[in-house]
Design a protein around this ligand. Structure first.
Ligand SMILES: [Zn+2]
Length: 160
């Protein structure tokens, strides 16, 4: 039997919804409710870190690091979750087991939040821009390539 992460009900693993490694909920309602909690942000943060270290690291250490940054730096788990995604997917950093979450926090937290803020501003601008301003443009990039190959390098600006 496994426990629902939200209502704690004991459920048969066959009936449970597995959200990620060893994290189950009993229903869609519990999934939605659980995803709104701090606990979800913390669990997901640790799940990502655990996967980054190849599921062979020291999980207890990762957990105590997360709790340390949360209580000492007053970082929100949602912000930390965003930061680890930013650190890994946007910056493309690779994980070093020696430092655990210490390679991400505190140095990337503010940077990631700034990036998030800029993304929000961009989205707002896109919503308010006139259709003329957001009309797709085609640009040709590529220097020192043969003309016959140039067409391959046409990029629709909306794909960027
Ligand atoms: Zn439940």
């Amino acid at each position: 039997m496994v426990s629902c992460r939200y209502c704690q009900k004991k459920i048969n693993p066959d009936d449970a919804i597995e959200l990620f490694d060893r994290h189950y909920v009993c229903s869609d309602a519990c999934r939605i409710a659980y995803e709104q909690t701090d606990m979800y942000d913390k669990d997901k943060l640790l799940d990502i870190a655990w996967n980054l270290c190849g599921k062979t690291g020291d999980f207890i250490r990762l957990k105590s690091q997360a709790e340390y940054y949360h209580s000492e730096y007053k970082y929100k788990y949602s912000g930390m979750l965003y930061t680890i995604n930013y650190w890994s997917n946007i910056e493309g950093n690779s994980w070093n087991d020696a430092y655990g979450l210490g390679q991400i926090f505190p140095q990337y937290y503010e940077k990631a939040l700034k990036y998030w803020h800029n993304q929000q501003e961009l989205k707002k601008k896109c919503r308010t821009a006139s259709s003329e301003e957001i009309k797709p443009k085609t640009v040709t990039v590529g220097v020192n390539i043969a003309n016959r190959r140039a067409n391959r390098f046409k990029i629709n600006i909306e794909d960027l």
